[in-house]
Every structure is written in structure tokens, then in C-alpha cells.
Design a binder for this molecule. Sequence first.
Ligand code: NAD
Ligand code: MG
Length: 296
Amino acid sequence: MTQFDMQDPLTQYDKLDIPEQTQTEPGLDSELVPAADHGQSSYVGLGRLKGRKALITGGDSGIGRAVAIAYAREGADVAISYLPSEEPDAQNVKTDIEAAGKKAVLLPGDLSDETYARRLVHEAAEALGGLDIVVNNAGKQIHVDDITKLSTEQLESTFRVNIMAMFWIVQEALEYLPKGGTIINTTSIQAYQPSEGLLDYAATKAAIANFTHGLGKQLIPKGIRVNGVAPGPIWTPLQPSHGQPMEKLTQFGEQAPIGRAGQPAELASAYVFLASQESSYIAGEIIGVTGGQHLP
Ligand code: NAD
Ligand code: MG
């Protein structure tokens, strides 16, 4: 089966049988039970990003990994950022990208560090020989059920990684992005329907949605399109590494109208579309990939 074959979306993937599990943040894809699908056996490229150079933050796992595989198969060279502890996942993605015959650049570091976030862009552009696509996808989600227990350390760290790093990365990327270049930000259904235990995370996702709308307006006169993707519940290492309380984790995604969690592979085409020239008249927009929970 490829991403083009018609099938019932309800049964395209089995309902997940998720055992209790906990990983240290940020978690590894290689330790996720059951394993997620990143499109290795299904995604077929059509040359839609031929010759492009892309930077994907959080490209080691989950949604970022599925996007990295799709971009490479569509003809792009890909640089990814990730935390040093995620090196095993990053090596797997390098193998995925190289299997598509494209260049893979690995740039580990912590995006809460402004110096790294800014340097990352220049190192990616240097290694790739330019930069056409920036996917701001890295994100931190730690569930805390009571606002009085939310530390200032976590609050600040969530904002630095999820939204402040996007400002820093875009500021540096404008040095390289040509006319026709694209920026894609990962927001969330949480921007619009926040869970009670994700106050800091959801607030950053609302900020990302707003940033995407505003930056889209600011940059379209330069010929650069900025858009976003708002995923619903997607099975990635974000969730078992303190992203959800255990009782929600084992039923993850079942509340979506489609009745199951999404797989990272089901996000890839939205990111390809927004990066490619096929979306030429779309700017400052957010595509929901939520299994039926519409955006407002
Ligand atoms: P993931 O854990 O696979 O990816 C998140 C990545 O963020 C990690 O791989 C890590 O490399 C990166 N990251 C986290 N903290 C970092 C730091 N301090 N410095 C540098 N990088 C850091 O999980 P995912 O679900 O694929 O997440 C990708 C994006 O999708 C995130 O922005 C997340 O908020 C968003 N999202 C996920 C879901 C979901 O249900 N999984 C839903 C809506 C939005
Ligand atoms: Mg990861």
C-alpha cells in the first residue's frame, strides 16, 4: 500500500493496544510500544521537492521523522535538529534519508539555548548549500495536572523550546530563504481545545498558531510562505515521556472522531504540500490533521 491507495481511514491502522510505559523526556522512537509508522514502507515521492534544501527541527522522531522521509523521497536534502540524547533515533533517520539517495545532515543541540538555535540555521545552510524549507517542529510537552505544581523552570523551558526558538530560527533563516521558500510551523489542536493538564504546552501552541498567521502576512510580500500544521493525537515518543497521564496514555487517540490515534506517516503529505509550489496561494494558514476534530 502507498499513501495513494484508497482504503477505509478507520481501519487503515489498527486501534493501538498501548501498554503502560514511561520514558525519560524527550523519549526515543526506538523504544515506543507499539512502534509508530513513519511511512518507510508506504511513502512514494513524485519529485515535488526536487533539489530543495530543508531543515526540520525535531526531525529524529515522530512527525518530524515522517516528514524527513517524505521530503527526501520527494527529492530534498534534509538537515535535522534533535537533542543529543536522541542520537540513536537521529542515526535511523539519517539511514532513511540516505536510502532515498539524499544528503542527511545531523545537528544535535538544545533549542532552549538561543546560541544553538541561531547557529543551527547557519550550520544547516552551510552543510546543505542553501535553505529553501524550514520546518519548526520540535516541541516539549510535560503534563502537570495542577497549575500550582507547574515550576517556573518548566514554564520557561516549554516557551523557549516551543515558541521562542521559532522566532530565533526564522530571524536567522531569512538570510537564506529565497523567493518560493517556505516555513512550516507545527502547532496543535491544543491551540484551540486545551487539555486541563497541558496549560503551558497548549499556551505555546496557541502562540505558534498566532505567530503563523502574523508571520505569514509579514513574509508573503517577500515571496516566502509561512503556514502551519495542527496535529490531533499522533502516536509519538512525546506522549509516553510524561506528555500524558498514564490513564490517558493507554487510551490515546480513542476520543478522536475517527476513533483511533494518528500515525506520523499520516502527517507527511500535509508538510510536503505546504513546502511545495503546489500550495503557492496558501499563506498564513493552518491545516488540521486531527482525525475529525475541526479547527475553529
Ligand atoms: P517527538 O517527541 O517525536 O518530536 C518532538 C521533538 O522535539 C523531539 O524529537 C526532540 O528532538 C525535539 N525537542 C524537544 N525538546 C527539545 C529541546 N529542548 N531542544 C531541541 N529539540 C527538542 O514528538 P512529535 O509528537 O512528533 O512532536 C512533533 C511536534 O508535533 C511537536 O511540536 C509537538 O508539539 C507537535 N504535536 C504533536 C502531537 C501528538 O499527538 N504527538 C499533537 C499535536 C502537536
Ligand atoms: Mg525525538
